[in-house]
Structures are given as C-alpha cells and as structure tokens.
Design a protein around this ligand. Structure first.
Ligand code: TEU
Length: 572
C-alpha cells in the first residue's frame, strides 16, 4: 500500500483514502521563540516526530493574519501569516519539510465568515460601498428602535451566545454573525464573494498546499428568507444552526468551487458540517457529484448531551448508542461517498477523558482501544495532537483559567440565566474546548517542553507522566499503538476497503465488528469498559487459527477481555 508521495501529481487518485491525517492546533503545538504561543517553525522542528508516528497529512488550524478573537478562526488576511505564528517563508519551509518526507499539508479554510477587521468587511460597513452586499446587512425589525432589544432582524442565537446580529451605528443596520460579533458571515449569494474566495484558494494551491479542511462549510448557503426560529423554553434566542445548515445552494456553490479550484488537483477536501445527515453526506461526498472527498459529522459527538440542550448539558452515553451511530455512518457511506473518522479535535474534549477512562489504571489501555476501534473503521482517520499520547482533559476549576471565547461567553450567559455556578463550572471542566487546547506535552521539563516562556494556556499538570519523549521510549505506549494502527492501514487493503459489519450491537461493554475484503476478514474485538468481560463466542465468527494482528494486552488468551483490552484478528 502506498502512502503519500512528495508531489501531488505523483499521487494515485484517492490517495486520501489510505492516508491518516494529524491535526495541528498551532497555538498549542510547539513554540520556537519563547513567546508562549506555538508557531510554524515550532511545527517544522517536530516533523520527524510526526513522520515516525507515520501520519501522512497535517491539517493545520488557521495561521492567517487574525485578531485572534476565536483563536484564528476570524481571519483578516487570507494570504498572509499572523506574525504570532511566523511568516509566509516559514510556511513555505513547512510545506517543503512535509513534501521532503512524503507528507502533505491541508490548510484550514474559514470562508463562511471573515474577521470584522478584514478590509472586505471594513469596506462593506459603508452603505454605498460596492462591497456592501458581501455580507448580510439588514435593517432593524420593523416597529423597533434600532439598537434596542428585539430590534434584531431575526431571533437567531450566535453559537457563542447572544444575538447572531450586531448593530452597526455607522450604517444604522445589523450584520449577521453566527459566531462571535467579530466573525461577520460572508454573503455567498454574491458571485464576487465566491470569485474572491476561489481566487484565494487557487493562490494557496499554487503555493503547494495539498488540500483544505473547510470550516462550517455547510453554513455558506443561507435560507432565501431570514425568518425567526423557535426559542427553547428558558432561552432568549433561537438556535440558528438548524436554520442555516445545508442551505438550498450548497451543492451549487461546492460544484462551482470544484470547477474553479479543485478539478484536476488531486487534493484532500473535507467539509466540517454541523447538522449534516448521512443522506446529505452521501450527496456531498459522491465522487460523481464533484463536490468534496469527505465531511466531518457531528452526530457521534452530540450523543452525550441532553436532547435539545447545549453541548454543556451532560448526559450518559451507553456504548450501544455510540456503536449504532458509528455503524449508521459506516453502512450509509459504504457504497457511495467516504467517511472521516475522529474522536476529538480543537473543539471537542479529549477522547480518552470523554469516551475512555482517563484514570491512572485505565488511561493507556482505553486510549489504545479507542484508537483501535476508530482506525479499523472504513474512512480516513484524523488524529488530534496529543491523542497519540493519551493526553487527557485538564479539568479547570475556575473561570479565570479558561481562554476560549465559547467557554467565557457560555459561563456569563448561563449565570445570567440563573444556572448554578458550580454546575456551570462542572460542565465546562468536562466539555470545554480548552480541554483540547492545553499545550502539547513534549517532555517532562518545564512547561512540558512546549515553550521556554509562559504558555498562553496552562499546561496540563500530568505532563511529567504523559509526554512524547516518554511515549516514544516506551514500546507499550499509546504512541506506538497508534504507529502500528497507521502502519496497518498502509499495509492492509482490508483496512481501507473492507466491508463493515457490526457484531453484538446490544452489548453494553464490547464493540465488535468485522471488515471483509475478498478472502480476508479482520475482526475487531474491544472491551470498551473498565470492567473485565467474557465474550460469548457463539455470537462471533469462527476464531480457529485466527492471527492476532495487534492487541493492547500481551498473551491475549481465550475470549475474556480485560478492562479496555482490544484485539485485531485476521480470521483464517
Ligand atoms: O466550529 C464550528 C462548530 O460547530 C464548533 O465551533 C462547535 O459548534 C462549537 O465548538 C460549539 O460547540 C468551527 C471551528 O472548528 C471552531 O473552532 C470555530 O470556533 C467555529 O467554526 C467558527 O469558525
């Protein structure tokens, strides 16, 4: 099986189906100049580590010029690098460093919105500007005094609390922002906006970039009428995501992007799509439709929250419910389209804390087993920085420890709605995005080797035990288990193309499934619980002469599985 080769035009079609992607959150990955914030030269210095892990692609969260209101997801210049991260020359060096190692770079494309400090928006604020229609400007609601409560054009809620509309004194109108007020939504109905975005994308492709991760790309087509939504009991505004996701012109816009930028370039494209269903994903990822290679679903990372609640309303997640959802996406995209596979990213809490068991006793086994059950599914796996070390949530206890605008706004909003302060802090400690954004833990020296200065966000105190130097030195580490999982994908066609079949769907502890390709059947057997389990062999394929390809526990005998023990077997 081939991995990515240095040059795009040397790569086979669909190279991204055998690839494993590693997400780098630049602020927290590696700081080369001691200012406490990660940077691009710091990433380049760590390429040998990533090459040893075996990943093929780096997805780099935004490094463009930005006021950093949402840690770079608010861009004020798409074609330059924020000085906090380095320069365009630094990025060129990173691209060369990756290509020399046969690896690829996927940039984060954030084009549902810009920063309010982007020149496009600054021009658009002038009602007479030719760029006025590049954003969503609307007059106050009829009958209301501009700038007063209720005068917002619709009752939509921003994902980061409050109204999704900001009043602009200068022009007496409101502009739409589905995220912070410093992230105004672009108007993709305007052909000039689309042309400007496609021109920028072509500029990056010419620079050697190998693909794009597209931020909330299924929000770019707004509904024809901007009308009120339903405000849930006890809330002030209507959640906007379901009102804007997967709008009427989505496929037109993606087809146009394909024609204008992607055709013939053999790039990796993945669309981040809150609210996307399997049926919609089949349309977005059907190669015949010339749109995207794959999408990020949010269904499995929404299962442990209260129905109709926010991500911070905690609910238990029985294993059969999680297995059923993952199986739903495996079978839904089995014939047409392609899955992306992930447990966490910079917006989600750490996998081993959320889906595993981050106790001292079970952290390593559960992190390995989570890797096994995800990486043996059909699709392209995404490893989030530190996941390969079994890095855990950091469980902040005071609001002053948080830096994420989402957490800070949620905290203020929740308290203003009368929620109990301790309960709010407990929810944040488990589900906040800052859990994933604490600095990468490189070694057991000061600040985990992340920076020689003061880190922008506190380093998780467990870095003395959980760090890359210790993991690479330990053959039994999560790191080496991930390295072997990635190698298995590169070597075994059944991992890439095998048909998925869920076994024991109702089992509360065991996640078991097969992957079959021509004469080869792989069986994944995983105890996804912190208690031992005896597996009923009657419900499994014949295991006689089965070959153990990879196991979390040595001397795996019989069919009892230790807590968080998993095995990958090749059946005879
Ligand atoms: O995320 C979109 C998104 O849906 C998540 O932000 C999620 O809804 C949010 O964390 C609330 O739970 C993308 C980026 O990944 C995220 O970092 C940005 O904050 C957001 O878009 C705006 O660009």
């Amino acid at each position: 099986m081939t991995t990515v080769t240095a040059r795009i035009d040397d790569r086979p079609d669909n190279w991204w189906k055998t690839a494993v992607v590693y997400q780098v959150y630049p602020r927290s990955f590696s700081d080369s100049n001691g200012d406490g914030v990660g940077d691009i030269p710091g990433i380049t210095q760590r390429l040998d580590y990533l090459h040893e892990l075996g990943v093929d692609v780096i997805w780099l969260s935004p490094v463009y010029t930005s006021p950093q209101d949402d840690n770079g997801y608010d861009i004020s210049n798409y074609q330059d690098i924020d000085p906090g991260f380095g320069t365009l020359a630094d990025l060129d060096a990173l691209i060369s460093g990756l290509h020399e190692r046969g690896m690829a770079l996927v940039m984060d494309l954030v084009v549902n919105h810009t920063s309010d400090e982007h020149p496009w928006f600054e021009e658009s604020r002038d009602p007479d500007s030719p760029k006025r229609d590049w954003y969503w400007w609307r007059p106050p609601r009829p009958g209301f005094q501009a700038g007063t409560p209720g005068a917002e054009p619709t009752n939509w809620e921003s994902a980061f609390s409050g109204s999704a509309w900001q009043f602009d004194e200068r022009s007496g109108e409101y502009y739409l922002h589905l995220f912070t007020r410093k992230q105004p939504d672009l108007n993709w109905e305007n052909q000039e906006v689309r042309a400007a975005v496609f021109k920028m994308m072509r500029w990056w492709v010419a620079r050697g970039v190998d693909g794009f991760r597209m931020d909330v790309i299924n929000f770019i087509s707004k509904p024809p009428e901007l009308i009120d939504g339903v405000v849930p009991a006890g809330k002030r505004y209507a959640p906007a995501f379901e009102l804007v996701a997967n709008g009427p012109k989505m496929h037109d816009y993606l087809n146009e992007m394909y024609r204008e930028v992607l055709v013939g370039q053999n790039l990796l494209t993945v669309g981040e799509m809150p609210g996307v269903s399997v049926d919609q994903a089949r349309l977005y990822t059907d190669p015949a439709r010339r749109e995207l290679n794959m999408v990020f679903t949010f269904e499995h990372v929404g299962l442990d929250q209260v129905e109709g609640g926010t991500k911070f309303d905690l609910a238990e997640l029985p294993l059969p419910v999680l297995k059923a959802n993952l199986a739903h996406w495996q079978t839904g995209l089995a014939e047409v389209g392609w899955n992306s596979l992930y447990w966490n990213n910079h917006d989600q809490p750490r996998a081993v804390s959320r889906f595993g068991d981050d106790s001292e006793e079970h952290r390593v086994s559960s992190a390995k087993t989570l890797g096994t059950v995800l990486h043996l599914l059909k699709g392209t796996p995404y490893v989030y920085q530190g996941e390969e070390l079994g890095m855990t949530n950091t469980y902040f206890t005071e609001i002053g420890q948080y830096r994420d605008v989402e957490a800070l706004n949620y905290h203020a909003d929740a308290l203003s709605l009368g929620l109990e302060a301790d309960a709010v802090l407990r929810s944040l400690s488990v589900k906040s995005r800052d859990n994933a954004r604490t600095p990468m833990q490189w070694d057991d020296t000061s600040q985990a080797g992340f920076t020689a200065g003061l880190p922008w966000l506190t380093v998780n105190p467990n870095y003395g035990v959980i760090n890359a130097v210790a993991a690479v030195a330990d053959p039994g580490s999560v790191f080496h288990h991930y390295r072997e999982l990635i190698a298995l994908r590169h070597q075994n066609p059944a991992v890439v193309h095998g048909v998925f079949q869920l076994l024991l769907p109702e089992h509360e502890q065991v996640f078991a499934y097969t992957r079959t390709l021509e004469g080869t059947t792989l069986l994944v057997l995983a105890n996804c619980s912190s208690s031992p389990v005896q597996v009923d062999t009657a419900a499994l394929p014949n295991l006689t002469d089965a070959l153990v390809l990879l196991a979390t526990h040595r001397g795996a005998e019989g069919l009892s599985l230790a807590p968080w023990e998993s095995r990958i077997l090749q059946l005879a």
